[in-house]
Every structure is written in structure tokens, then in C-alpha cells.
Design a binder for this molecule. Structure first.
Ligand SMILES: [Zn+2]
Length: 112
């Protein structure tokens, strides 16, 4: 598909955006994992396991994926067809492609 090749080539020229370790979702997700991990020091403490599991689920909702979200291309493709313009980023909350680009755009980097 021509569009697919075009957007991937543009991504290569553009670069990945803000480094993963600087993303707010990465920082907050890592803190949630560390807290969940500490709770497992004493799993028999009241509520420790439950809180740890809850924390891990929260972390998964925050941590960026290592690659584009499963629906990233589809959403950008649909947006292009529906609105006529090119959608640079998707709205998936942990998309490994778009989160770094959004962060770079918010910092005023010349990404687009
Ligand atoms: Zn995306």
C-alpha cells in the first residue's frame, strides 16, 4: 500500500521524537511498577497483593508500547479518509510511535 510506505518513510525522516525515558507515561508507569514491586516485599501484609496487582494494571495503562499501537495505522488511515487531512498521530493512549511525537510537538520541536 502506497500510503503505508509513505508514512513509514516520513517517520524515518522525522525521527522517533522525545526519548522514551523522558515521556510522562514512562516515568509514571515506572513509578507504579516500583511501588507495586515494593508491596511484594511483604505479600502477607493486609491488602499488599491487591494493591500491587492494581498498581501493575495502572502501570500497563501508562507505559508506552515498544512499537505503534495495534490500531495506530488504522486510526490515522481512517482520519485521512474521513477528514481529508493527514493525521500525524493517533489517539491511542500508549502508542509507542505517537506518544514520543506528541511530546516533541508539545515541546515545540520541529517534528511535523
Ligand atoms: Zn499511534
Amino acid at each position: 500500500m502506497e500510503w503505508f510506505r509513505e508514512v513509514n518513510a516520513a517517520d524515518e525522516l522525522r525521527g522517533p521524537g522525545v526519548p522514551l525515558e523522558e515521556l510522562p507515561g514512562f516515568i509514571a508507569g515506572r513509578l507504579a511498577v516500583e511501588r507495586a514491586w515494593r508491596l511484594l516485599d511483604d505479600p502477607s501484609a493486609p491488602g499488599a497483593l491487591t494493591e500491587s496487582r492494581t498498581g501493575l494494571r495502572s502501570a500497563l495503562a501508562l507505559l508506552p508500547q515498544s512499537r505503534p499501537d495495534q490500531l495506530c495505522y488504522e486510526e490515522r488511515w481512517r482520519s485521512r479518509r474521513r477528514y481529508g487531512g493527514e493525521s500525524l498521530v493517533c489517539s491511542r493512549p500508549t502508542c509507542g510511535r505517537c506518544l514520543p511525537l506528541k511530546a516533541a510537538l508539545e515541546h515545540g520541536s520541529p517534528v511535523a
